[in-house]
Design a binder for this molecule. Structure first.
Ligand code: TEU
Length: 532
């Protein structure tokens, strides 16, 4: 599995074929050749099930039905078939920590049906647990004079995994999709499913009471044994909220039979101040280096497959993070350097739509341009003034990752003929697929070359990884090697020139700076892949 590449599609923002302003499944189908041109093995689709869309589909109202907004079951079957023809598997996003309060289960619970009441988590009085989207994680319900738990929005009620009937319903859903020809799953916040009982106050926001909880490994093991256990080349990835290396190793150690790999987010919090998302902070490069080393080494030593990623639909665009580029040329160098620094590490690569063309954060001026429930809650709860809040949202809002895919410089970036559900980034005339197809030095063509290069070199897939010069203030340096060959990767994370002598025993096989040989210096955002 270490050679696999996954392309994440957020269907709502990918390609609109019905011209209603919302992307759809046929849009993904239409772009399959484009996706395949990146040498991708799996396409992960974020949720398109029936949903009131309070959290863009992560609030599922029916796990078996496709929301008409995105198309029909036939469209999905077509997509699976067409992807298969091109040797790509479709992965679905499964949200089982919670479901929408519009789901029949919750509606029945609210109508007094005690069988379904026990599908959810209740407490006579609220604890100090905070919702990930701000405010208390408990919502009062008059019917029972009790509170139900929602770790996310109040329209996303947490499911009670202690109840065997809930687990069996979930396994039924998974098997239904496997029977449709699905080749993998991404499981949303899967390490939050086991809560600690009795329910009580926790430390800080309460997360220690439900993160990596007491029965989570047992549940995942059971889930697998009742569903995809016998599937070949089946790829599962669990999204882990605030987990630890030790826990993560346990989720993905092959002999434990839980998941193929796991998303952990510590490396994407190096520009948070004291772990707080809604803050400005310079990025902590030594911490980033330390995190890469710790996680990669732990995964490797335990024979685990790590998940390599820079972005997803919950993150600001990676092109806009860390040290800033001043010119278009510098920006392209930075995009390439970041890609090399991440994807030549050991693990499965996950590329998020638009990352491969270096899509950037948008500029939001008013709160009504923002759609994301987390950002709006932040805006409403924060005591800062409007300008300060907008400044922070312009760095951190999840909507930066959700602006429409930029296909060309036609109207609305050729995403849709009508005004899209969320504004297109104003820079689409400069950054789009069509322009980059024509330019052999583009970010897009570089992503293609990089993926092919990795796939052709066993040392970069299965070889060991070792991080070097951990004290160097500007450069990330690591080597990948097996018995036959060694690669040395050097990346300058900063917009400044650094003196560094490369050992002449190595020869340059890939770089974004062709002038190195003369000057023996590493220029802003340079990278080198060297071979011995
Ligand atoms: O995300 C989980 C999650 O914790 C982050 O999105 C979190 O909200 C954010 O990074 C904090 O700043 C998953 C999905 O990816 C996300 O889109 C959903 O909103 C969330 O679960 C609830 O299902």
């Amino acid at each position: 599995m270490l050679d696999k590449v996954v392309y994440q599609v957020y269907p709502k923002s990918f390609k609109d074929t019905t011209n209603n302003g919302v992307g759809d499944l046929n849009g993904v189908n239409q772009k399959l050749d484009y996706i395949k041109s990146l040498n991708v093995d799996y396409i992960w689709l974020t949720p398109f099930y029936k949903s009131p869309q309070k959290d863009n589909g992560y609030d599922v109202a029916d796990y078996y039905e496709i929301d008409p907004l995105f198309g029909t079951m036939e469209d999905l079957e077509n997509l699976i078939k067409e992807a298969q023809k091109r040797n790509m598997g479709i992965m679905l996003d499964m949200v089982f920590n919670h479901c929408s309060t519009e789901h029949q289960w919750f509606k029945k619970a609210m109508s007094g049906d005690l069988y379904y009441k026990d599908f959810f988590i209740w407490s006579k009085k609220p604890t100090n647990w905070q919702s990930k989207f701000g405010g208390s994680a408990w919502e009062y319900c008059e019917q029972y004079d009790e509170y139900y738990l929602h770790l996310f929005d109040k329209t996303q009620a947490d499911l009670n995994w202690e109840n065997e009937n809930v687990r069996n319903e979930i396994y039924k859903v998974i098997n239904f999709w496997i029977s449709k020809g699905i080749k993998g799953f991404r499981f949303d916040v899967i390490n939050l499913i086991s809560k600690r009982y009795p329910i009580k106050d926790g430390i800080g926001d309460g997360r220690n009471e439900y993160t990596d909880g007491p029965r989570v490994h047992e549940f995942l093991n059971e889930l697998r044994s009742k569903t995809f256990n016998d599937q070949v080349e089946f790829l599962t990835v669990g999204e882990m909220s605030s987990t630890s290396v030790e826990q993560c190793v346990n989720y993905v150690k092959p002999e434990r039979k839980e998941l193929t790999n796991a998303f952990h987010f510590h490396h994407l919090k190096v520009d948070y101040k004291d772990g707080e998302k809604w803050s400005h902070s310079h990025f902590d490069f030594p911490m980033l280096k330390e995190l890469f080393k710790t996680w990669q080494e732990a995964m490797d030593e335990n024979n685990c497959v790590d998940a390599l990623f820079w972005s997803n639909h919950d993150q600001g665009r990676i092109a806009s993070r860390f040290d800033q580029a001043n010119t278009k040329e510098e920006q392209i160098k930075k995009n390439k350097m970041l890609a090399v620094s991440m994807y030549l590490q050991k693990g499965i690569s996950y590329i998020y739509q638009g990352e491969e063309i270096g899509m950037e954060n948008n500029l939001f001026t008013e709160i009504d341009e923002i759609n994301d429930v987390e950002s709006i809650n932040y805006y409403n709860h924060s005591e800062l003034n409007h300008d300060e809040k907008m400044k922070i949202l312009n760095e951190k809002s999840r909507d930066h990752g959700r602006t429409p895919m930029q296909w060309s410089n036609k109207k609305n970036a050729d995403f849709s003929d009508i005004k899209p559900w969320i504004n297109v980034n104003k820079n689409y005339n400069q950054i789009n697929v069509s322009l980059q197809e024509e330019d052999k030095n583009s970010t897009l063509n570089f992503y293609r070359d990089l993926i092919n290069f990795k796939k052709e070199n066993t040392a970069l897939i299965e070889g060991k990884i070792e991080f070097l010069n951990q004290n160097h203030e500007d450069l990330l340096i690591y080597r990948r090697y097996n018995n036959e060959v060694e690669y040395l990767i050097i990346c300058n994370y900063f917009n400044k020139t650094v003196k560094y002598d490369i050992n002449p025993e190595y020869k340059v096989v890939m770089t974004n700076n062709n002038e190195y040989q003369e000057e023996k210096i590493i220029r802003p955002f340079d990278f080198y892949v060297l071979k011995k």
